[in-house]
Design a protein around this ligand. Structure first.
Ligand code: NAP
Length: 495
């Protein structure tokens, strides 16, 4: 067993967190932060500190860039087949250790074990998928219209990449970037969210074991993300920023990257509409709503944030959804029976409470839940609200919690207009038995991803990403994800 593995523990106390206390992973070594500072990691179910990790300084970040630069030539010239086999091994090791990784995610993030197991499988798949992509990077070859020369287009690794990820999918948001970056031949520095660094470090030890050379992946946690990121982006060796997180931070980073003309991929916030037409299969729509709303207890960028139900099916849908939401077992994520774990922080719970109170003041009816739970842990009860005012704050902000707001609609035009009345455009859900209508509404809704009669849209084999202020670029999919980490080089040669 290596230093980052644990036996499958049933609770935080059964995990050996001492292995994670050394902190930063730079150039294949585990190092303390140069400033000697550290940051606590908290279990959101118990509010107890479960581990301490090093808190990187600007100097540590520059050391990580230096390690990535030193490893760059060796990695980009490693044969694609060899890179592919290493990525495949990362996939296999993650699947072998699925249970351990799921428990770790569950403890530091709070999500229910079943969601955490799903996340590990999804996260590992980005290595399998990109192992297959690594050996299929092709170029283009043609004759110029003038007939005087050939046009050769070669796709090359973009260079050193800074990857910044959120806490809600601590494994998958990292592998969705690391998989294609490594397949393309890039070296990277990952900055995981401060709330969930342990999963990132556990995965780093898996990469090492799989044969990823020192310096190809570096992982640093910091409580100074602004200065640390600015220093890395100002280093001319860094050529790519791939960010997943809120639209607000994304805007700040785009401005920062613009100063150095750095290529950006941005996976930002969402405000997904979930539309149920009268002719929908009621059970399928309810199943879909539970997945779209409650995966990760609602802490997902793709989460159904506004649920529009046509008046003919509205009452039956509201009744069915309320029964299912009220029956969910709430508890610590790491307990097998739990279906809805805690939120990530007290601040997150307070935001949900503010949004629910605002909707209530504007006339929303509480069908279940709807008030803050007391006691230990950052819990909020599964909640269904009916007749939510379109001007309520929750119609415009991400709820990021287990709250399902219902609104009634009459016509297709009305619901398309409502669905598009947001600055976001990440995911949308449409339920109807009329395929022509399903396709028509899918094309009219401004979102990068539409789930038609399904509650789940994420798939490593499909391009994930948003329109409008939900982001720039795509992750996963046939060539989309890997293309974000490559640059086209055109060579003109005389005939
Ligand atoms: P966040 O506050 O934007 O943080 C995301 C990451 O950015 C964290 O690692 C954070 O570090 C870092 N960060 C914060 N301020 C920074 C700065 N000034 N410079 C550089 N890095 C900075 O988002 P979050 O609360 O962790 O995650 C939830 C958000 O992510 C939601 O809006 C959700 O919709 C979005 N999300 C989008 C997708 C997608 O694929 N589109 C997927 C998942 C989540 P610290 O942890 O140290 O603050």
């Amino acid at each position: 067993m290596n230093k980052h593995q644990t036996n499958s523990p049933a609770s935080a106390s059964a995990l050996d967190f001492s292995a994670f206390s050394q902190g930063l992973y730079i150039d294949g070594e585990w190092r303390g932060a140069s400033g000697g500072a550290s940051v606590n990691v908290t279990d959101p179910s118990t509010e107890e500190v479960i581990a301490t990790v090093s808190d990187a300084t600007v100097d540590d970040a520059i050391s990580a860039v230096e390690a990535a630069a030193a490893a760059a030539e060796g990695w980009r010239s490693t044969p694609p087949r060899k890179r592919s086999e290493i990525l495949r091994r990362c996939f296999e090791l993650m699947i072998e250790r699925q249970d351990m990784l799921a428990r770790l995610i569950s403890i530091e993030n709070g999500k229910a074990l079943r969601d955490a197991r799903g996340e590990v499988a999804y996260a590992a798949e980005f290595f399998r998928w990109n192992a297959e992509e690594a050996v299929r990077i092709t170029g283009e070859f043609g004759t110029a219209p003038s007939g005087t020369n050939r046009i050769i287009v070669d796709y090359q690794p973009i260079g050193i990449c800074v990857l910044i990820t959120p806490w809600n999918f601590p494994a998958a948001m990292a592998t969705r970037k690391i998989g294609p970056a490594l397949a393309a031949g890039c070296t990277v520095i990952l900055k995981p969210a401060t709330e969930t660094p342990l999963t990132a470090y556990a995965l780093a030890s898996i990469y090492e074991e799989a044969g990823v050379p020192p310096g190809v992946v570096n992982v640093i946690t910091t409580t100074s993300p602004g200065p640390v990121t600015s220093a890395m982006l100002a280093d001319p060796r860094v050529r790519k920023l791939s960010f997943t997180g809120s639209t607000g931070v994304g805007r700040v980073l785009l401005a920062e990257a613009a100063r150095h003309v750095i290529s950006c991929s941005m996976e930002l916030g969402g405000n997904a509409p979930f539309v149920v037409f009268d002719d929908a299969d009621l059970e399928a729509a309810l199943d879909g709503a539970m997945v779209a709303k409650m995966r990760n207890a609602g802490e997902a960028c793709t989460a159904a944030n506004r649920i529009y139900v046509q008046s003919g099916i509205h009452d039956a849908f509201a009744k069915g959804l309320t029964e299912r939401m009220a029956a969910l077992k709430v508890g610590p994520g790491v307990e097998d029976a739990t279906e809805c774990g805690p939120m990530i922080t007290r601040k997150a719970v307070d935001k949900i409470d503010r949004l629910v109170e605002d909707a209530k003041l504007r006339g929303a009816k509480v069908l279940c839940g709807g008030s803050l739970a007391s006691g230990t842990g950052f819990f909020y009860p599964p909640t269904v609200l009916a007749d939510v005012d379109p001007e309520a704050d929750m119609a415009h902000e991400e709820i990021f919690g287990p709250v399902a707001p219902l609104s009634r609609f009459e016509t297709e035009d009305e619901v398309v207009k409502a669905a598009n009345a947001t600055e976001y455009g990440l995911a949308a859900y449409v339920f109807t038995r009329d395929l022509a209508r399903g396709m028509r509404v899918s094309s009219r809704i401004d979102a990068g991803m539409i789930a038609l009669n399904r509650g789940l849209v994420s798939d490593p084999a499909a391009p994930f990403g948003g329109m409008k202020q939900s982001g720039l670029g795509r992750e996963g999919g046939q060539h989309h994800g890997i293309a974000e980490f490559m640059e086209a080089k055109y060579i003109a040669t005389s005939i």
